[in-house]
Design a protein around this ligand. Structure first.
Ligand SMILES: [Zn+2]
Length: 65
């Protein structure tokens, strides 16, 4: 499991969405749309799953799909 990250469109910085996901499952999941509060801009950013990535602290290789 890891933290779903997005790139802030205003500053270009990576911000955590607060969502947790498995990297392989997230990559294979259907496209979804979400909204995350950005503490840098102090506003909500809307994003699609394809723009996000999973930052995993546990780097064990998995193959789920
Ligand atoms: Zn932002």
């Amino acid at each position: 499991m890891g933290i779903v990250m997005i790139k802030c469109p205003q500053t270009g910085r990576a911000i955590p969405t607060g969502m947790k996901a498995d990297r392989e499952k997230f990559r294979c999941s259907t496209v979804f749309f979400a909204r995350t509060y950005c503490s840098i801009c102090q506003t909500n950013h809307e994003w699609f799953a394809k723009e996000a990535w999973v930052y995993e602290t546990d780097e064990r290789v998995r193959s789920v799909c």
